[in-house]
Ligand binder design. Sequence first.
Ligand code: ATR
Length: 271
Amino acid sequence: MQKKIFAVIGNPVSHSKSPDIYNYLFKKYNIDGTYIAIELNEENIEQFLKEFAKGMNLKGVNVTMPLKEKAATLSRRLDSLSELLKTVNTLDLTTGTGYTTDGKGLLLSLNYRGFDITGKNVVVIGAGGAAKSICYEIARAKVNSLTILNRTLLKAKELADIVGGAIKTDDLSKMDEYMQDCDLLINCTSIGMKGKDFEDLSFINLLKKNSFVYDIIYEPRKTRLLKEAEKNNIKCCNGLDMLICQAFYAFEIFSGIMPDKEERDELLNML
Ligand code: ATR
């Protein structure tokens, strides 16, 4: 039988961790598959999916920047979250269905870390693409409250409207006011990446000692936000865990197999 091919598509993809994650899982579960990275742009994704994907036996793709929206328009069907957000990060080419697994991945990784979000007060900072699926999943978990803080307040309000439910929104400059009651702080902005950083991290001192700081950035592995949380003995993690866990949901879509914590632990050590 012909080897099943899967790929991450986007631009840039040369440093993507996805091939390492999926090829590890194919080996672990004895699946005759190969996972590659394919650089594509908005101009050539449609032709690629329609004309080349079948010929190379491509069964599914993970979609990254800047193609998540375009891929949604090219999907035959969308799961309910992808339909709402008009983006996809996973496309099953055997059915033409698009999915969004990032937010689920974050929740699974919290679960693996023993952090139960039931009844908790969650503060998400950022209202871009990454914040969307995370806020959607959190709003549907049994949290006590969800607050979205963003530099551009209007974007936080728009996101709250899309997600629905009783979500508070405020300007990022008001951050201090929300720290005392916060149980879980999630950074979904690009602050901490490539030279960008928080001007002032003193808000960390206002957090409870049993709170959790989640930075979805994984390059660098330890942002200043995480260093500061560690200094204050506050539990925290970077985005590598979410990256692995969102890939587990995509792997389940592709193969029918949901990997477990043992694989997640091995991947965390490997990447
Ligand atoms: P992604 O899809 O990765 O989430 P994005 O859609 O560009 O990327 O969103 C980036 C997020 O980081 C936004 O919430 C952005 O705030 P604005 O909506 O006000 O643009 C936030 N962000 C980026 N740089 C920032 C900075 N220097 N200070 C505060 N927020 C910043």
